[in-house]
Design a protein around this ligand. Structure first.
Ligand SMILES: Nc1ncnc2c1ncn2[C@@H]1O[C@H](COP(=O)(O)OP(=O)(O)O)[C@@H](O)[C@H]1O
Ligand SMILES: [Mg+2]
Length: 280
C-alpha cells in the first residue's frame, strides 16, 4: 500500500475580470511508496505547488481523492486531520520568508511541539512532558544537530544566518514532530549552487536516517533525476508523463519531457564528500 495516493485532483480559479475559470490542476493522479521520493517536475506556473497544497489539505480541491496511510483525507474529521498533520510536513522554497524574524531558533524549531501538544490537551501527561523546557530544548538541539547545526544556534535569530543555514532551520522545524512524509517545494531553488548541493546531500541523509517519504518539487530535470525514484512531469496542470526516473530520463515519451531534458544540461559540481552532484 502506498503511503500517499492522489487520484483525479482538480483545482480551478476564477479568472480576474472574467466569468471564465481556469483549471490550474487537472485530474492529477500519482502514488508515493513508503521511503521513496517522487519528483514532481514542471515549469513555473504548471501547478506543482497547488498539487502539494491540496495534498496537505492546505487548500480544498474541486474534486479528486487524497489518501494518506490509507485514510481518506477529504473525509477526515477536524480531529483526525489534526493528528495526521504531524505526519505530513512541508519545506518551502524561500528560506527567508518562512521564518518568523522575531523568534529565536529554539522557538522556531520547537513551536510545532507546542502546537501539537496543545491540540492533544486530553493527553495532559504527554503535553506536560513536551512542554518541559529542558526536554523540549534537548529535542530541538538534537534536531539542529541532525541538520548540521550546533547548540549555539538556539538563542539566535533568523537574520543571523545564511540562506543555506536558514533552510536547515526550516528542515529542522519540519522534522521535529517526526513526520513520515515531507513535501519539499523547490527547497534549493533560492540557494547558490554549492549551498544547494549541501542541502540536497542533507535531505538524502535525513531520508535514510528518519525513513522519510518525499514529494520533491522542482523545475530542474537533473535534480529530479538525482533524487527521485519516480518522476511525474506536469504541464499546465496536467500530467504529461510519469514513471521510474530511468524511464523518464533515458526514454522520455513526450516531446515536452524531451525539451525539459534538453533545456537543462548536467552541470556536475562537487559536494563536501567529493561526490558529483548534477545541479542546474
Ligand atoms: N489562489 C490563486 N488564485 C488564482 N490563481 C492561482 C492561485 N494559486 C495559484 N494560481 C495559479 O495557478 C497556476 C499554478 O500555480 P502554482 O501551483 O503555484 O504553480 P508552480 O508551483 O508550478 O509554479 C498559476 O498560473 C498561478 O497563477
Ligand atoms: Mg511553486
Amino acid at each position: 500500500m502506498p503511503l500517499v495516493e492522489i487520484e483525479g485532483l482538480t483545482k480551478s480559479y476564477a479568472g480576474a475580470g472574467t466569468r471564465q475559470r481556469s483549471t490550474v490542476v487537472d485530474h492529477v493522479s500519482f502514488q508515493i511508496e513508503r521511503g521513496q521520493t517522487l519528483g514532481l517536475i514542471g515549469e513555473s506556473g504548471s501547478g506543482k505547488s497547488t498539487v502539494a497544497r491540496m495534498l496537505l489539505r492546505l487548500i480544498e480541491p474541486d474534486s479528486g481523492t487524497i489518501r494518506f496511510n490509507d485514510t481518506d483525507l477529504r473525509a477526515a474529521s477536524h480531529r483526525q486531520m489534526q493528528e495526521l498533520r504531524r505526519h505530513m510536513q512541508i519545506v518551502f522554497q524561500d528560506p527567508y520568508a518562512a521564518l518568523n524574524p522575531r523568534m529565536r531558533v529554539e522557538q522556531i524549531v520547537g513551536e510545532p511541539l507546542d502546537i501539537h501538544a496543545a491540540g492533544k490537551a486530553g493527553l495532559a501527561a504527554n503535553a506536560a512532558c513536551l512542554r518541559t523546557r529542558s526536554s523540549r530544548r534537548e529535542r530541538v538541539s538534537a534536531m539542529l544537530r541532525a541538520v548540521g547545526m550546533d547548540g549555539s544556534a538556539l538563542a539566535r535569530y533568523p537574520h543571523e544566518f545564511s540562506g543555506g543555514q536558514r533552510q536547515r532551520i526550516n528542515i529542522a522545524r519540519a522534522l521535529i514532530l517526526q513526520p513520515e512524509f515531507v513535501v519539499l517545494d523547490e527547497p534549493v531553488s533560492a540557494l547558490d549552487v554549492s549551498v544547494a548541493a549541501q542541502i540536497i546531500t542533507l535531505l538524502q541523509r535525513l531520508q535514510r536516517e528518519f525513513h522519510l517519504t518525499y514529494l520533491f518539487i522542482t523545475h530542474s530535470m537533473p535534480l529530479a533525476r538525482y533524487l527521485s525514484d519516480q518522476i511525474v512531469v506536469l504541464r499546465q496542470g496536467r500530467v504529461v508523463e510519469q514513471g521510474g526516473w530511468q524511464q523518464i530520463c533515458e526514454q522520455p515519451q513526450s516531446a515536452y519531457t524531451q525539451a525539459l531534458l534538453a533545456a537543462t544540461p548536467e552541470m556536475p559540481i562537487l559536494d563536501g564528500a567529493g561526490t558529483s552532484l548534477p545541479l542546474t
